[in-house]
Write a protein that binds this ligand. Structure first.
Ligand SMILES: NC(=O)c1ccc[n+]([C@@H]2O[C@H](COP(=O)([O-])OP(=O)(O)OC[C@H]3O[C@@H](n4cnc5c(N)ncnc54)[C@H](O)[C@@H]3O)[C@@H](O)[C@H]2O)c1
Ligand SMILES: N[C@H](C(=O)O)[C@H](O)COP(=O)(O)O
Length: 328
């Protein structure tokens, strides 16, 4: 059993949850959603979707084949598709906190998060850049979290995440490159079942610095990290020129690319296959995945949102939970 969070109720989270339940009800993996039942009924496809409002989340497994199990949480304001309201911020973050509590209690084997709007939550006082950092704090291991995006033909892991490009360059350190790479290697073994992961390291600058003529971070930050990793027995290829490391031939030679900043990692991943990409949080004592897309306020309520990334996120969370449990 997995727990799915509500996400921003003005986005597509409700309609894709309903569509995902229809696709998975007979095969699994089973999930419950922590959301307002009245809101779910109002979402596209919700009027004819059977809901089972739970009085105890442990009831969800027995119900899943016949109805979408809902662990109720109340919205403060009626949700309007495409028009987010920060009055609903406590329910949005409350849904995430309750999913984590269910995982910590062993009621669910992992959590899957529907998309949130960082701007809407932060306007209401939310102190975190995104789920990834919030989950690190909820698990009481802030700074241990690492964000991976995994697709059918590429896995990417940015070292700097939710910050401006200027700040990414200013805050990139050898220590962070080492931490993120180590965590990625461990997750590829434990969570993805890859016995000997092959890792590629991106440069930061054009041509990976062109021997110092187009930037020096490769020699001052990235290569020292690679040497330290090699001393630990973690071999990494690079620093690779970022413009050619995502070609089909290059991708065939590694299991994950360590990237220096958010868009260096996420542009190739989402361009190659946004519909099947999954966001995975590594480094925590918690299984968490998410669809790779956002709230899609522009199409919310129209019944045209694809549930495929959410279905892939549910399947990957289930796989990781099983891999962790068999390794334990
Ligand atoms: N995991 C998360 O919580 C998460 C991830 C990414 C973005 N966001 C948030 O989402 C908000 C909107 O971000 P954005 O506009 O950059 O990205 P987005 O992914 O919401 O939308 C980008 C484009 O893709 C389309 N799209 C997205 N998901 C789709 C789906 N399932 N089916 C069909 N079309 C889909 C949208 O309609 C839009 O045209 C931002 O506030 C951002 O913070 C949240
Ligand atoms: N950085 C992610 C993306 O652009 O797809 C996204 O914002 C999700 O981040 P969290 O999972 O930390 O909310």
């Amino acid at each position: 059993m997995l727990a799915l969070t509500m996400g921003d109720p003005a986005g597509i989270g409700g309609e894709i949850a309903i569509a995902a339940w229809r696709m998975l009800r007979s095969t699994g993996p089973a999930f419950l959603i922590i959301a307002d039942p009245a809101w779910l009924r109002s979402c596209a496809g919700g009027a004819d979707c059977p809901l089972a409002v739970l009085s105890d989340p442990v009831e969800a497994a027995a119900i899943f084949a016949d109805a979408l199990p809902v662990w109720p949480i109340d919205l403060a304001a009626t949700a309007v598709p495409g028009r987010p309201d920060s009055a609903n911020a406590p329910a949005i973050t409350g849904s995430i906190a309750r999913a984590v509590a269910l995982a910590q209690a062993g009621v669910v084997s992992g959590i899957v998060t529907n998309p949130i709007s960082k701007a809407v939550l932060q306007a209401a006082g939310f102190a975190y850049p995104g789920h990834t950092e919030y989950l690190g704090a909820l698990m009481q291991t802030p700074g241990a979290e690492v964000m991976m995006l995994a697709g059918p033909s590429l896995r990417v892991v940015p070292v700097t995440v939710h910050c401006s490009l200027r700040r990414a360059v200013e805050t990139l350190t050898t220590a962070e490159i080492i931490r993120v790479t180590r965590t990625t290697r461990d997750a590829l073994v434990r969570d993805f079942g890859i016995a000997s992961p092959r890792l590629a390291m991106a440069g930061l600058n054009p041509h990976a610095g062109e021997s110092g003529r187009m930037g020096t971070e490769e020699t001052s930050l990235i290569e020292p990290a690679m040497r330290a990793l090699a001393d630990e027995g973690i071999a990494v290829v690079g620093p690779m020129p970022p413009d050619t490391m995502f070609t089909p031939a290059a991708r065939a030679r590694y299991d994950a690319a360590i990237c220096m900043y958010h868009d260096q990692a996420l542009i190739p991943l989402k361009t190659l296959d946004m519909e099947r990409g999954v966001n995975v949080t590594l480094g925590l004592d918690l299984v968490r995945t998410s669809p790779d897309h956002g709230t899609a306020f522009d199409i919310a309520g129209r019944g045209i949102a694809s549930p495929v990334s959410l279905v892939e996120a549910l399947r990957l969370a289930d796989t990781i939970a099983r891999n962790r449990s068999s390794a334990a």
